[in-house]
Design a protein around this ligand. Structure first.
Ligand code: AHG
Ligand code: MN
Ligand code: MN
Length: 338
């Protein structure tokens, strides 16, 4: 029987990659690891306990919060407060950023931005959901409160990012800028074990993932690209195949392993799309680039966009580089003036 390296061992082994981190980043990732185990436990009994369904509360973006959205938010927040490395968080489920104003945390060097539960409409129907996290060094002075600027940093400044996918198995996938590594949770020993070292996305693939129900609202470039995906052409292995789960983490994870493209475009009604730059697109874009994929708003790299507000949305295109190049070509060739 093969014994896999644990996430903890892997991080300790790679610590020398972060000369400035002095073990802080590994402590921080431990908090995320612990929270993921707790959320995983709750999700696994979702049908039994009274934790499915809506909470009756809307978040600041006008979306109905699910009970598990709020539960996951509290678990991750409390685990991060309990360590000293993080001085504040921003979350999809919090109206504003939160300063950890306690003795232990207020001088911490890092901020964490998160989507505590991604794909939450899938919980009640037993379909994969996830958690997405993004870590930056704070830019405000360490002896004062955390500031909005700490959270509105350009995505390229991320020091680490990752996601947990609660799927047919639970996995934690992360990057610190030295490749993307995946760890599968073994519930019998309660550990995340290295199962996917140095993940790279295939240069091309056969899968396209987007909510085709929105077709009529898509920009012309996306409509044309979609039709291209559906055309027959032996030399380019078309038609491609359509796969869409409706949990970004799960759709991205599948395409990362198999090769594919994920698109959540802007529409006339939602000119910035749906996905959130800080909690969803930036961390996924960091992982994508580290795995050899591209991540853009249809034209420009996500990681180069300067955020202007916490809950900002952005059109999102990510996937295998060759497929992305074709999609970009369509976006440029059929650019509309709005
Ligand atoms: P969240 O559950 O965190 O609000 O995110 C849902 C997001 C994303 O995970 C998914 O890809 C997308 O919404 C699905 O949106 P549609 O239902 O509009 O396709
Ligand atoms: Mn989400
Ligand atoms: Mn969410």
């Amino acid at each position: 029987m093969k014994i896999h390296k644990s996430l903890g061992e892997f991080i300790v082994e790679k610590q020398s990659d972060f000369p400035h981190a002095k073990g802080e980043l590994s402590a921080l990732l431990s908090a995320i690891k612990l929270s993921a185990k707790i959320v995983n436990r709750e999700i696994n009994k979702a049908g039994l306990a009274d934790i499915t369904g809506a909470s009756g509360v809307e978040n600041i973006q006008g979306e109905q919060q699910q009970k598990l959205d709020m539960f996951a938010n509290e678990i991750f927040k409390n685990a991060l407060i309990a360590r000293g490395e993080v001085c504040g968080i921003a979350s999809e489920e919090e109206d504003n950023y939160v300063f950890f104003d306690n003795k232990n945390s207020r001088n911490g060097n890092y901020v964490v931005l998160m989507d505590p539960l991604d794909g939450s409409s899938n919980i009640d129907v037993n379909v994969s959901v996830g958690t997405i996290f993004s870590i930056y060094r704070r830019v405000s002075p360490a002896d004062g409160p955390v500031e909005i600027e700490d959270f509105l940093q350009v995505g390229r400044k991320q020091v680490a990012a990752g996601y947990v996918i609660y799927g047919s198995s639970t996995m934690l996938v992360f990057t610190t800028g030295n490749g993307v590594h995946g760890f599968t949770y073994d519930p019998s020993i309660g550990m995340f074990c290295l199962s996917h070292e140095s993940l790279t996305i295939p240069k091309s693939g056969k899968i396209y993932s987007l909510n085709e129900g929105n077709y009529i609202k898509f920009p012309l470039g996306v409509k044309k690209y979609l039709k291209y995906c559906q055309e027959e052409d032996e030399s380019t292995n078309r038609p491609f195949t359509s796969r869409y789960i409706g949990s970004l983490v799960a759709d991205f994870h599948r395409n990362l392993l198999k090769g594919g493209i994920y698109i959540y475009p802007q529409t006339a009604q939602a000119p910035s799309g749906k996905l959130r730059l800080l909690y969803e697109c930036n961390p996924i874009a960091f992982l994508a680039e580290q795995a050899g994929a591209l991540a853009t708003d249809g034209y420009n790299p996500i990681l180069d966009l300067k955020p202007t507000e916490l809950h900002e949305r952005v059109p999102f295109f990510t996937g295998s580089p060759e497929m992305m190049e074709t999609a970009h070509q369509f976006m440029t060739d059929f650019k509309e003036d709005r």
